[in-house]
Ligand binder design. Structure first.
Ligand code: UDP
Length: 359
């Protein structure tokens, strides 16, 4: 059995690492990895393959730094050619990026079975490119692997019971990765010493969502909030290249600690020793929960509604006062994290077993 994996962005490397490990347990399954090139900086791409021991991509399309249309179109063309050459049994796509949509569309038109990992998530905000990508990808996928009950419900409401596809609840492969690399991170990461950070005495934040970086008002509000929080507790931000460029272009110089993006081992170490997470990232909201940290969400909505419903995550949006007041609430709040929201950490095995059984 041959699986073609299409990945291109940082969170996809983290998710795919769990699946690659599960595939390696099966001698009769081979994986061919296509890297679309969407993320290409050393610390946004190569470091993940090295540290997480992800098999090297056989193909790198090196498509990046162009608009959504050009990017998706060029990827579609490149992936189609590879599928024709490789003739895989399945094409695996992850999450909600342009690489996800291009991989799914190329495969579907060639009548190759598409498996979507992290299916069924919705923000119900059609302004987000991610929402468009995930809705279209779900609709043309043959196997939809949903991480949560909410994702299953979303698909039901959209009529997926009537479509020619199979929907599974498998838990979240990111949880598999978090569990697997937590011990490695503890052994190998020196990031706390390097940054002189004391456990539970700093806030970890990230900003990269297009609606926050491309709207200068939103970005300024966020910076003002993090600056203010930084006066009470050190705020550390591994800054996404997109956000870094916009700060530089607009001469914005925050007073909190900015560092370059870090690899997954340092990230896990930073998350698990922080006092709280503030973010607009999808993945990081869940990782906060995995490592028993409260989270303030700098978006207007989330796909991970169970975090909000259970009080682990507070939606702050991008209003400065609201972010600071959510921070004050969440830093004081004691939560019980024992509830199981994202599976058992064995999602990748379940997904691969399902695909093998269906062949
Ligand atoms: N991440 C990382 N290094 C960083 C910042 C983030 O390894 O410097 C990880 C983070 O822990 C999470 C993933 O990257 O696993 C999230 O990616 P991102 O926020 O870019 O995308 P999203 O999850 O919002 O799609």
């Amino acid at each position: 059995m041959k699986i073609l994996t299409v990945i291109g962005a940082r969170p996809q490397f983290i998710k795919a690492s769990a699946i690659s490990r599960a595939i390696l347990l099966h001698k009769n399954v081979t994986e061919v990895i296509v890297h679309t090139g969407q993320h290409f900086d050393e610390n946004m791409s190569a470091i993940f393959f090295e540290e997480m021991e992800i098999p090297q991509p056989k193909y790198n399309l090196e498509i990046h730094s162009v608009g959504h249309g050009a990017m998706t179109g060029r990827m579609l063309e490149g992936i189609e050619k590879i599928i024709q050459d490789e003739k895989p049994d399945y094409v695996l796509v992850y999450g909600d990026t342009n690489s996800t949509l291009a991989g799914a569309l190329a495969a579907k038109k060639l009548h190759v079975k598409v498996a979507h990992i992290e299916a069924g998530l919705r923000s119900f905000n059609m302004q987000m490119p991610e929402e468009i990508n995930r809705i279209l990808t779900d609709r043309i996928s043959d196997f939809l692997f949903c991480p949560t009950d909410a994702a299953i419900e979303n698909l039901k409401k959209e009529g997926f019971d009537n479509f020619d596809c199979r929907v599974f609840k498998t838990g979240d492969v990111m949880y598999d990765s978090a569990l697997h690399y937590a011990a490695v991170a503890k052994r190998k990461s020196k990031v706390l010493q390097d940054l002189k950070l004391e456990p539970n005495r700093y806030v970890l934040a990230t900003i990269h969502r297009q609606e926050n970086t491309d709207d200068l008002n939103n970005l300024k509000n966020i910076i003002a909030a993090l600056n203010e929080i930084n006066t009470t507790q050190r705020v550390v931000v591994p800054l996404h290249p997109r956000t870094k460029n916009i700060l530089q272009k607009n001469n914005l110089t925050p007073s909190f600690t900015i560092i370059d993006p870090v690899g997954y081992l340092d990230m896990v170490q930073l998350i698990s020793n922080s006092s709280l997470i503030i973010t607009d990232s999808g993945g990081l909201q869940k990782e906060a929960f995995f490592f028993h940290k409260n989270c303030v969400n700098m978006r207007e909505q989330t796909e991970w509604v169970e975090l909000v419903d259970n009080g682990f995550n507070m939606i702050a949006g991008t209003n400065t006062e609201k972010i600071v007041s959510c921070y004050r609430t969440m830093i004081a709040k004691q939560n019980d994290f024992s509830i199981n929201l994202y599976g058992t950490g064995k999602s990748a095995d379940e997904i691969i077993d399902t695909l093998i059984a269906a062949k």
